[in-house]
Each structure stands twice: as structure tokens, then as C-alpha cells.
Design a protein around this ligand. Sequence first.
Ligand code: FE
Length: 262
Amino acid sequence: MLIKLTISKLGAAKVALNGTPVRYLSAAMDKGNNFFFRQLFDTVSSTYTYLLGDTKTREAVLIDPVLEHAQRDADLVNQLGFSLIYALNTHMHADHITGTGKLKALLPGARSGIGKASGAQADVYLEEGQVVTFGCHQLLAASTPGHTNGCMTYICHEQGIAFTGDTLLIRGCGRTDFQEGSSEALYNSVHKKIFTLPDYYTLYPAHDYKGQTATTVAEEKKYNPRLTKPLDEFVDIMKNLNLPYPKMIDKAIPANKVCGLF
Ligand code: FE
């Protein structure tokens, strides 16, 4: 029941990427233990990549792959006997080049996906309420703009997990001073789409710079030093971060507009 309520809050048409209406799988349905999850890391950009799979049907999805690790990720997919059907990005990254284009070449049959509002090219464009299905598992795409205008959070309700990209980091959040960033939009995205998830949901960000790997909705609602503040204070904090110009942005953005192939 809780899960149904959460989904309806997102309030958009529920259609799968192939255009067919989606029937949500409830947490009560027996899925056995066929959900595969693996967190991978890039030490240069501190990016997390996630491999999710259905161990029965062998269909798998990668979230936020990094170009330099495309071969590593493809090898892992092959070793585990998965067939990669989607390589998704949470947003158009400015700090690394995406591995989706190279993965498509290494693993024929894989399709790239990104939020429609990102302005990047991909095989599938995700919008609010769309569902990515792999085997008997589903990721619900929630539009969470603010870090960039095309940021998506991918929620797997049956597992109680969500992939927040740079919208929400562990005790932090993505910067909002470039790529059509907006502190107000990020604040609203977090408070309306992520903090409204059940407290126990585990959140997996796109990066961590301090060695942490995951957080929960409850922890961030209590301890996030920025997003626990009122909106005006949050906007002020973001305005005064004085962050340096991102080293990779001039290379990464043009490449990431075309799945990292340039
Ligand atoms: Fe980012």
C-alpha cells in the first residue's frame, strides 16, 4: 500500500519504454532472491556505477558507467552471464565522460538512456513516471532537476532503493552553478521526490568523496547539512560555495551529448 501511494505521488503517465502500459510489481509479489546489485567505483572522478540484474532472466542495467571503465563493466557483465539491455545516465555529467557509447559497442543489444530534458542524445529518453524493466525488476524514473535540468532519480520500489545521481549526495548535493543548475529546483526535487520516499529506503548517489557508499532517506532528512535547512538558507549556502571551475567540463559536456563518443 505504501509503495502504491508513493508511486501515485509522482503522478505521471505510467508507460514502459516500449510504449506499453506498466503494471507495477508490488513489494508483496514474490521475487525470490533474483535481484543482483553491484556498486563499482572510479577513483579519478569518484563516480559510482551500478550494475543491476535479474539473475533468472539475466537482463541487466548499468547506471552511470564511466568511459575509462567500459571494458571493466563489459567484462563483469559477461563473466556474470548477464545481457546488458540498458546503459543509463542519471544526468549529463560534467566531471567524467560516460561509458554508454563504448558499452553499446562492447555489448551489442545494449541501449543508452538519459533524461529527455538533458539535451543529450541517447537511444531512449526518460521522462517522469517512465519505467525501465529488466527481468521482473523495475526502475521508476523520477525527474529531479536542479543540479542539471535533466537530472533523473531512478527508484526501485520493490527493493527500497533509489539512485539519486548528483541531486542528493551523502550529506551533500550536487553543485547548481552550471548546466542550467538551480538551487531552488534542486531543493524542491529533494524535498518532493526523495525525502517523500519511505525513511528506510537506501539511497545510492553518483559520487562520494569521503569513502561512504550509501545513505538512507531518514539519515539525509536528519543529517544533510544543506537540505535540512529552509529554502532561503539553502540557496544562500549554494551561492557561497565558491567552487572551482570543473576541470573536465569542457571535454565532458560535448562528449556526453553523444554517449561519450566523439
Ligand atoms: Fe554531475
